[in-house]
Ligand binder design. Sequence first.
Ligand code: FE
Length: 242
Amino acid sequence: MPKPQKAVGRRGFLRTAATGAAGVVTGATTGYGHTQQDQDHSHQAIPSDLTLRVKALESLLVDKGLVDRVALDRIVDAFETKIGPRNGARVVARAWVDPAYKKRLLADATTAMEELGFHRHQGEDIVALENTAKIHNLVVCTLCSCYPWPLLGLPPVWYKSAPYRSRAVIDPRGVLKEFGVDIDAEVEVRVWDSTAEIRYMVLPVRPAGSARFTEETLAALVTRDSMIGTARVTLDVNQVQA
Ligand code: FE
């Protein structure tokens, strides 16, 4: 089952994927087109053959002098460590402290995030979903891994995994429980399927006890997973204010 995983560097990830791909060649194929090895390693990030194709394409483009491997790593690193998910956290914090901004965000998140200097990269529309005491939103891409990159950076490995993509729809409460999020029976769980055209981000519930926090402090509390819907934003005991 999906579990948050430790971040793996891009090169390390490609290496891991390449190792996994060896199993596709040697493993027995099941009725779903997955090998036994795939099933034994259900955390596998994305289909191995896809990753190998990416690796092959990259090698070819580098060989032909069309791209620079170092530049590619810099771009990926920017999405992994500089852009995501801090941009999204700033949007959430602004919405928490500024009711008018929150209203604009929920009405048109693409325009509202541009107010803070965050621009879409692929023509996609961003939609913000507000978690409340009565509604909990969960985001998935059942087809692949569509994700609000300009706000959250690169999607986590588990977000792209087959178990998360299928079970988030079939059993969202079960999946949330495995992430440590228990949803009361009277709370409605809404699952949103991202596409190439529409990317969702969750506006989490502002934690109780944070009334006097500055926008900057609030932004530091907001996690990537809380903006996907697989976590709540919480305060530890030392942070709670009266
Ligand atoms: Fe997708």
